[in-house]
Design a binder for this molecule. Sequence first.
Ligand code: SAM
Ligand code: SF4
Length: 469
Amino acid sequence: MKLDTTGLDNFIDEKAIWGIVNQNADASTGRVQEILDKALEAKGLTLEETACLLQTEDPELNEAILETAGKVKQAIYGKRVVLFAPLYITNECSNRCAYCGFKDTNTELVRRTLNPAEIKKEVSILEDIGHKRLLLVYGEHPKFGGDWIAETVRTVYETVSEKSGEIRRVNINCAPLDVEGFRKLHEVGIGTYQCFQETYHPQTYAELHPRGHKKHFLWRLHAMHRAMEAGIDDVGMGALLGLYDYRFDIIALLAHAAELEKRFGVGPHTLSFPRLEPALNSDIAFNPPYPISDTQFKRLVAVLRLAVPFTGLILSTRENKEMRRELLDIGVSQLSAGSRTYPGAYSDPNFDRPEVQQFCVGDNRNLDEVIQEIVQHGYTPSWCTACYREGRTGEEFMKLAKNGFIQNFCRPNALLTFNEYLQDYASEATRDVGHKLIQDEVEKGSGTCQKNLEDRLSRIEQGERDLYL
Ligand code: SAM
Ligand code: SF4
């Protein structure tokens, strides 16, 4: 891989970001109300408006922010929530990120890279419990280039389980590649390319990433530019919260999104906002230098929902089940479930071992338990991959999303994939609550879409699979 940072500009202007944060602290009640009224139109917010909401400490106004975010979320996404699982392919890594259990100096970590047979085994297990969407995760090492990563993706797509399962969308979280490398990933049919900047504050970034390719801030900052240049138009970005002041990192993250939109006509498909979790032999992971409270975290998620209403917000199992339930109501649209964070974990009966995992998870429930709770909470789990398979990605997807498409297509498609889950994988208790939810949803609808939905729901019951609108 050619790692070349000459000519790469830092489009994140540190002074300007701090200016926006500082000039929008202590806003009046009237200004916050004004911004919330605008946010209800679901057209997004400026960085200044976002900074203002992000720093609203008044408990009543805070409540109003969460409530407004809930309304916007409901209007755009309805009650559907997309589910996926991470699949760790390798924890070998030559970088030295201070917060990560996979860093090169962590000699206590048991290192492992899955071979094709082991990948197939993991994938089969995930398919047999009902997963259709995976996020493949990799450490960064010179021996893993674009070709090698693409081959692991091919292996996943080729693994079709006897129990009627196949993976329909493979997303990737790997270190930034060059354009050639990204082209290999595009050719093999990845969904979203995901990579977090961790922190947008250059000095903090330099201190926390002293070694390996990852020490090059600008190389990482331009990862999405290269991915898009290579034809990948769904990209996922994020910041690791706890490393630096979250107000700076969130405004910078949105500035990054705006830069992509300006340059390529489309911003990120998803955003992630992981909080630091304990990791083996990492002091900083146990004691984050900039801890973020639950109240700040919830507000931040609600503000993101208002700032970029059509961008997917992803929540992992780093958070516990109570927090996951609350965030679903105010902004999150995708959840990972039943996750394990090391290579070979799904085939491992003793999976809760710190000496192998990247970090500790906060929600250890299995997929069926998560689904049952989601349904009881009024949500429809979805494994829909229709848009991606019909080429409705990037700018095309955003255009459709802004015209009510999500309610008319994503909702019925969620019900169709959920019905598949109930037929093939659900426990009896989940099946009971699930059938009731589908029945209630069907009774609510009308029109041509509805007729198509009912027809396909009954075809699924008769054994057909992978039907969508
Ligand atoms: N190695 C690639 C990279 O660094 O971009 C991709 C995989 S890395 C395992 C995925 C993400 O995990 C990182 O981008 C980081 O944000 C997150 N992460 C690392 N250590 C963590 C910790 N202790 N708690 C929470 N998230 C962590
Ligand atoms: Fe390696 Fe990624 Fe962990 Fe850094 S965050 S040590 S690059 S796996």
